[in-house]
Design a protein around this ligand. Structure first.
Ligand SMILES: Cc1ncc(COP(=O)(O)O)c(C=O)c1O
Length: 405
């Protein structure tokens, strides 16, 4: 085909942006944010590498900030496509992308507090989020208190006149308790306190925080959304009342997603459901098998009754992901090392949510202050990837044999 002709026909493409009104979630997930009508028929909004954006005239220049794109950090068509798609599946008012999940947490914390305020943070929150509270918020005169994750509606007893935010995470990092997010939200709402939740584990496919009345949903899109262990990305979605504060916070902190990462985030959304279904299916299969293994003291998988808060998972969640914990009877470091060093498919890594299986050894006690962690053995955080579960089971089985040897 003649190249010029090809270019012309692309330029004249009449592919339309799809009307998603009234469409079901999987359809929305497949098309939200896509704008073929604006990009010569391309179904993916391209990567826009933009910092400088120039204006045709002084008139146009004077219209800033009421133009869609004025400077790369404040938004590009690529960030808009990702944010639009996330907003659609979160059922949010709007969303803002940031450069990582941690920065999405930081933007949320700083959106609602000032010197002299008090916040309640779940005791099982993501570790670096806790460090931000300790090393940033406290320095600026914000009182941080950690609440027991299973506190439920009794959280009311911790409210003070200056409490501005309750930050939840369910299931919690490393220990996987599923808190009663509905009861906590109702209590906070009645007291006029903002609520936020880290929704990285469930993703909006398995939990829609805003439908439960939570004001802000925070996600590390690095995990399941991007899904391929090759991008750092965060996103915050809010209801209408919380939007200005969160957007301003992200802007003033200088947070924005990178062009490639935003593109990968939007692309990841298209396959999120089938990936999540496989992570869930394989994860449950392996967690159920592990719960019968003699080396395993307890399996901390929200969909199994041995996980604290399993009832809350059943009440609020539509499904599970492939990330869970196990507690081992073993307490000796050298035996844990023998198990981990010999794994053939599972690798040790700090992340989860990608296509590949990961293991992460932990002793969660050191990160707790509201309720002591009393288990003495090691725990492992396990992320079940997209490999064949039979091969993963064989790898874990051999590992647990090494532990006992
Ligand atoms: C629950 C949770 N939230 C947030 C984050 C931070 O995300 P990121 O690594 O994208 O900064 C992580 C990272 O492991 C996490 O596990």
């Amino acid at each position: 085909m003649n190249a010029d002709k090809n270019t012309n026909s692309n330029a004249e493409s009449s592919a339309e942006n799809k009307d998603l009104t009234g469409k079901r979630e999987q359809t929305v997930l497949t098309h939200a944010g896509s704008k073929p009508g604006e990009y010569h028929g391309a179904v993916n909004v391209p990567v826009h590498r933009m910092s400088t954006i120039v204006f045709d005239s002084y008139d146009a220049f004077e219209k800033v900030p009421n133009v869609p794109y004025a400077y790369g950090r404040a938004g590009t068509p690529t960030s808009a496509a990702f944010e639009e798609a996330i907003t659609a599946i979160e059922g949010a008012h709007r969303s803002v992308a940031t450069c990582s999940g941690l920065s999405a947490i930081v933007a949320t914390l700083l959106a609602f507090v000032e010197q002299g305020d008090h916040i309640l943070m779940t005791d099982n929150c993501y570790g670096p989020g806790r460090k931000t509270c300790e090393q940033v918020l406290r320095r600026f005169g914000v009182e941080v208190e950690y609440y027991p994750p299973m506190i439920g509606r009794d959280i009311t007893s911790m409210f003070r006149p200056n409490t501005k935010l309750v930050f939840m995470e369910a299931p919690g990092s490393l220990t996987f308790e599923v808190q009663d997010i509905g009861a906590i939200t109702t209590a906070a709402k009645a007291a006029g306190i903002k609520t936020a939740i880290d929704n990285s584990w469930a993703t909006p496919l398995n939990l829609k925080p805003l439908d439960l009345g939570i004001d802000v949903s925070v996600m590390s899109a690095t995990k399941y959304v991007c899904g391929h262990s090759d991008a750092m990305l965060g996103v915050v979605s809010t209801n209408a009342e919380s939007w200005n504060a969160v957007k301003r916070s992200a802007l003033m902190l200088g947070l924005c997603g990178g062009s490639e990462e935003l593109y990968l985030g939007a692309r990841g959304l298209r396959t999120l459901r089938p990936r999540m279904e496989q992570h869930q299916k394989a994860g449950l299969k392996i967690a159920t098998w592990l719960s019968t293994h003699k080396e395993v003291k307890r399996v901390l998988h929200p969909a199994l009754p041995t996980c604290p808060g399993h009832e809350n998972w059943k009440k609020y969640y539509k499904g599970a992901s492939g990330t869970f914990g196990i507690l081992l009877h073993e307490t000796r470091r050298e035996n844990i090392a023998r198990m981990l060093d010999g794994m053939s498919l599972f690798s040790m890594g700090f992340s989860w949510g990608g296509f590949e299986s990961l293991l992460f050894p932990e002793q969660p006690g050191h990160a707790r202050s509201a309720v002591p962690w009393t288990e003495d053995g090691f725990s492992l955080r396990i992320h079940i990837g997209l490999e064949d579960p039979a091969d993963l089971k064989a790898d874990l089985s051999a590992g647990l044999d090494r532990l006992a040897a």
